[in-house]
Design a protein around this ligand. Structure first.
Ligand SMILES: Cc1ncc(COP(=O)(O)O)c(C=O)c1O
Length: 375
């Protein structure tokens, strides 16, 4: 079935693979399909492609290639970074791939220190300093450079200084930052998580950057691939696609930097009907977390979808129930979280598309109460 024309404004969820990525993967299918762990020629070709991709990523992340571990994506990279920590210091602003790990730690009776979020969407640094008092050796502080729902940029320099002076280790979830913001916003941390699909690479591959003296505990047990830290056959074709995405990071960062006027025009046009979560803080230029008081964000998202406009409510839907965003709840409250719609622009977003979104939303809002989506 031919896809109807759609307006995609959900680039924080995932990005359309870039043509150069598809081209690189298409070519790699013919030579890099082997098992990179095999010693024969087919394996060696895959291994060479994998090594090249690792080198590309190591340059971007300013690490030695030996300190890059390919994973199945951002979730796995975050889980791997936190495994084996003696204590976890984190907040409800984090992605579920961090908060769920912390909850599992709590369930096992381990030391988890939740740091309060400020209403502007940044971590409360005073609370962080307090949480780090008497942190045991091997404690890990986990912070995302850019928030996935609000686009708020965390003060990583300060977070890093506080972490270091407490003798703890810093894990930076850079999944929403790489390819969108310059390194100054995210190149911190002893470990660093990246996911290819957020920067126009393929799904199912990500990476964790580590340090030479730092050997995380594996989450999965199996073979010796990725130094035993992420056992399982590595998809060298996906790694080639990841590397192609990494090679165009400067171009994409420049494009994202130019999106502020488009994002601001949305917020201006909707200023009388919507608030903006995190607007008081420094934000990535492409995200707007809009609050429509008295409305349901998920219903607005469904109504926009019917008009061919793809945005997100920032909610995790499980078995037909819609949980409001934990991030907005931590910044404000559940009512505000329920009324939130996330719009995330991307490299291909145009002024005409932004106008179309604002007009579509205005039409929906003028219709009054939203139709129910059922159970
Ligand atoms: C900040 C952040 N961290 C981690 C992840 C998980 O990445 P993946 O979907 O590749 O597992 C996401 C995905 O949305 C994210 O936004």
């Amino acid at each position: 079935m031919a896809a109807a024309r759609e307006l995609y404004l959900d680039w924080n969820a995932t990005t359309p693979p870039h043509p150069l990525v598809l081209e690189a993967m298409h070519a790699a299918r013919t030579f890099a399909w082997g098992n990179p762990a095999s010693v024969h020629a087919a394996g060696r070709r895959a291994r060479a492609a994998l090594d090249d991709a690792r080198a590309e990523l190591a340059t971007l992340l300013e690490r030695d290639p030996r300190d890059i571990v390919f994973t199945g994506g951002g979730t796995e990279a975050n889980n791997l970074a936190l495994a084996g920590a003696t204590a976890l210091v984190t907040s409800r602003l984090e992605h579920p791939s961090v908060t769920r790990v912390a909850e599992a730690y709590v369930a096992r009776g381990l030391d988890v220190r939740w740091v309060a979020a400020r209403p502007n969407g940044q971590l409360d640094l005073v609370a962080l300093e307090r949480a780090l008092v008497a942190a045991p050796a091997g404690s890990v502080v986990a912070v995302a450079a850019v928030n996935h729902e609000t686009g708020v940029i965390q003060p990583l320099r300060e977070v890093s200084e506080l972490t270091r002076s407490a003798g703890a280790r810093l894990h930076v979830d850079a999944v929403q930052a790489v390819g969108r913001l310059p390194k100054a916003a995210w190149l911190f941390g002893d470990t660093l998580a990246v996911a290819a699909h957020k920067l126009r690479g393929p799904k199912g591959i990500g990476a964790l950057a580590t340090r030479p003296a730092l050997v995380p505990q594996p989450v999965l047990l199996g073979g010796s691939q990725e130094r035993g830290l992420r056992p399982g056959t590595v998809d060298a074709v996906a790694a080639v696609g990841f590397a192609a995405a990494v090679r165009r990071v400067n171009e994409s960062v420049a494009r994202y930097a130019s999106l502020a006027p488009l994002r601001d025009s949305i917020e201006r046009a909707l200023g009388t009907v919507a608030g903006v979560n995190g607007h008081e803080a420094s934000r990535a230029h492409h995200v707007s977390s809009l609050v429509f008081e008295g409305r349901r964000g998920d219903e607005l998202v469904a109504a926009l979808d019917l008009e061919g406009i793809r945005v997100s409510a920032g909610s995790a839907c499980t078995a037909g129930t819609s949980e409001p965003s934990a991030v907005i709840t931590a910044m404000h409250d559940r009512a505000r979280a329920l009324a939130t719609v996330r719009v995330s622009l991307g490299e291909d977003t145009t002024e005409a598309e932004v106008t179309e979104f604002v007009e579509g939303l205005a039409r929906i809002l003028s219709r009054g109460a939203q139709p129910s989506r059922g159970a």
